[in-house]
Write a protein that binds this ligand. Structure first.
Ligand SMILES: Nc1ncnc2c1ncn2[C@@H]1O[C@H](COP(=O)(O)OP(=O)(O)OP(=O)(O)O)[C@@H](O)[C@H]1O
Ligand SMILES: [Mg+2]
Length: 295
């Protein structure tokens, strides 16, 4: 899958650039950074309201039946997860069944401690279920070698962590490039792509800064660029807007909707209903279970 970089990302949430937003793709070209991230511009007059153009959003009146659904890319089947603390088994997730289809944008909501990050870690192969199985693109990880799992995770899944997880001693550029040290697509100039991605998220002038020299929003953008470095088909984002002001959060969300319109499958955890409404579907995790399990 190619990262399609568009010229009119989310710079004017107040404006109605819906038509332009859907038609002016220039694949491979990077937009002027102010067109993607305008977070330094703060309005003192009115509280910021995030309004993104997207024809398939619920607000635009498109029903679920109009959403295009592809084959399943993520299947969580009868999954249970518990941790052992001393002699005690502490159940965290139980009876989790979830199918996410290609090109879907799914939001996961639920109270703190309900198991959202645990579920996302399982989907991203960062942890293993106690029972049940996870399939990615039809492949059951239990049947794959460690090398195959690492390759699948490295190339097909972009992961944005709740706490960014940038390496403090590496620059923004090195952090973005880091996943390519383990896995990379053939024929890709990773340094060039890392620079392009940083430019895309408006951080061209911060490439050589270390995470400690970046604001929270800037660090989050580095994490987005890093998640996209191997051009993954699936983007998993754990509270990508949780630490950001509303304007920057809206810009990040605008980027997600654009990536989703390019065909990426996105699973995003959020506490914010105003953010979740931009997803195709919302699942609610409560007490370690999915409360509204319907596709
Ligand atoms: N490694 C671990 N060992 C033991 N318990 C854990 C471990 N990781 C998570 N937990 C517990 O699992 C539960 C679910 O945690 P999780 O991080 O999935 O919640 P969450 O829904 O993402 O919460 P938040 O919204 O605050 O991020 C919590 O009670 C947490 O203490
Ligand atoms: Mg969490």
């Amino acid at each position: 899958m190619k990262t399609k970089i568009l010229n009119n990302e989310v710079s004017s949430p107040e404006g109605s650039n819906q038509e332009a937003g859907r038609s002016s793709g220039t694949e491979g070209k990077m937009p002027p950074e102010e067109s993607l991230f305008a977070s330094d511009k703060t309005s003192k007059e009115e509280p910021f309201k995030c309004e993104l153009p997207r024809s398939s959003r619920p607000d635009s009146g498109a029903g679920e039946e109009t959403l295009q659904k592809g084959p399943p890319v993520i299947e969580v089947i009868d999954v249970k997860k518990s941790y052992t603390l001393g002699d005690m088994e502490v159940p965290i997730l139980s009876d989790i069944n979830l199918t996410v289809r290609e090109g879907e944008f799914l939001a996961i909501m639920g109270p703190s401690g309900s198991g959202k990050s645990t579920l996302m870690n399982l989907i991203g192969f960062l942890d293993r279920p106690t029972e049940g199985k996870i399939m990615i693109k039809g492949l059951d990880i239990n049947t794959l070698s460690d090398k195959e799992v690492a390759k699948l995770r490295g190339l097909e899944i972009g992961f944005m962590f709740q706490t960014f997880n940038l390496i403090p001693r590496l620059t923004a550029l090195e952090n973005v490039e880091l996943p390519t040290y383990a896995n990379t697509r053939e024929g890709v100039d990773t340094r060039k792509r890392a620079k392009e991605l940083l430019r895309m998220v408006g951080l061209e002038d911060r490439m050589h800064h270390k995470p400690g020299e970046l604001s929270g929003g800037q660090a989050q953008r580095v994490a987005i660029a890093r998640a996209l470095i191997n051009d993954p088909a699936i983007l998993l984002a754990d509270e990508p807007t949780g630490n950001l002001d509303s304007r920057t959060g809206c810009e990040i969300l605008g980027m997600f909707t654009r990536l989703n319109e390019d065909g990426r499958t996105i699973v995003m955890i959020t506490h914010d209903p105003d953010i979740a409404k931009y997803a195709d579907r919302i699942v609610l995790v409560k007490d370690g279970m999915i409360q509204n399990n319907s596709e």
